[in-house]
Design a binder for this molecule. Structure first.
Ligand SMILES: Nc1nc2c(c(=O)[nH]1)N[C@H]1C(S)=C(S)[C@@H](COP(=O)(O)O)O[C@H]1N2
Ligand SMILES: [Mo]
Length: 258
């Protein structure tokens, strides 16, 4: 991690601590009130990926919470509704014609409809979402474990990363679609799910309908909303600007472990 990166994150965190007093988080909390969260983020900032992996085993579960802890309102961040015409068409019919495309390094590339994903084994988890901007919210997520989808499509041994392509372009002046990627440790983590329900209701558009990624050991920006396609790749240097994600291409760290 570069010094600039660390300085950027620190100033982001400081700004959000300053803003926290006036910010209406609607049931979500500023991270700054929880010293241990700052400590955790501090670890993510200050040590290299290698030592982070040594300090906190990658397969450890993220904390889960009782239903009483669910935030009354969950903040919406980033895109709240993709402008994309095709996406808007699909949304009109409640995503009946939407298919998740699963391709790349798979023996059995596949497409899955929403009912097909809902028929697969499901996992429900109440977890805390931590945004790098300094806020966190607790929500209940239900979805199909990503591992299930990867196994059905027969992930090939040469695959090293899973890339998630979204329907939205954050920057209205470019056509750069939001995308993200995980390595196989996070892809097969038991709490990594393609969520279709949030707080016991179908996922709303602002939170990423029809499905959004939940990777609970990662910061919020890794959790791609409006996922249209999943690709297994050996490297991501040919995708986007080559850094493995929309925000990574703009300077954020690819590894956002918490
Ligand atoms: N497709 C897409 N996914 C996205 C984003 C986005 O703008 N577009 N924003 C990211 C960021 S920074 C955060 S904190 C969370 C916000 O999710 P929420 O709107 O459900 O709170 O989604 C992440 N995934
Ligand atoms: Mo975020």
């Amino acid at each position: 991690m570069t010094r600039n990166n660390i300085a950027d994150r620190r100033s982001l965190l400081r700004q959000s601590i300053g803003a926290a007093a006036t910010l209406l988080l609607g049931g979500c909390e500023p991270l700054s009130e929880k010293p241990w969260v700052l400590r955790t983020l501090g670890i993510a900032e200050e040590v290299s990926l290698k030592s982070h992996r040594l300090l906190i085993p990658r397969d450890r579960l993220a904390p889960e919470f009782p239903a009483t802890e669910i935030s009354a309102q969950f903040k919406v961040n980033g895109s709240d509704s993709p402008d994309d015409e095709r996406y808007q068409e699909l949304a009109q019919s409640n995503f009946a014609d939407w298919r998740l495309i699963v391709d790349g390094l798979f023996g059995n590339p596949a497409e899955f409809s929403l009912p097909q994903l809902r028929e697969m084994p499901a996992r429900t988890q109440i977890t805390r979402h931590d945004c790098v901007e300094g806020w966190s919210c607790i929500g209940k997520w239900k979805g199909v474990p990503l591992a299930e989808v990867l196994e059905r499509a027969k992930l090939k041994p040469e695959a090293k990363f899973i890339v998630f392509y979204c329907a939205d372009a954050l920057d209205a002046f470019s056509n750069h679609l939001y995308y993200e990627s995980l390595d196989l440790v996070d892809a097969f983590h038991p709490q990594t799910i393609l969520a279709y329900d949030m707080n016991d209701r179908p996922l709303s558009i602002p939170h990423g309908a029809p499905i959004r990624l939940r990777a609970e050991r990662q910061l919020g920006y890794k959790m791609a909303k409006f996922v249209m396609r999943i690709e297994a790749v050996a490297a991501f240097d040919q995708i986007g600007q080559g850094k493995g994600g929309y925000w990574e291409d703009r300077g954020y760290d690819w590894y956002a472990g918490i």
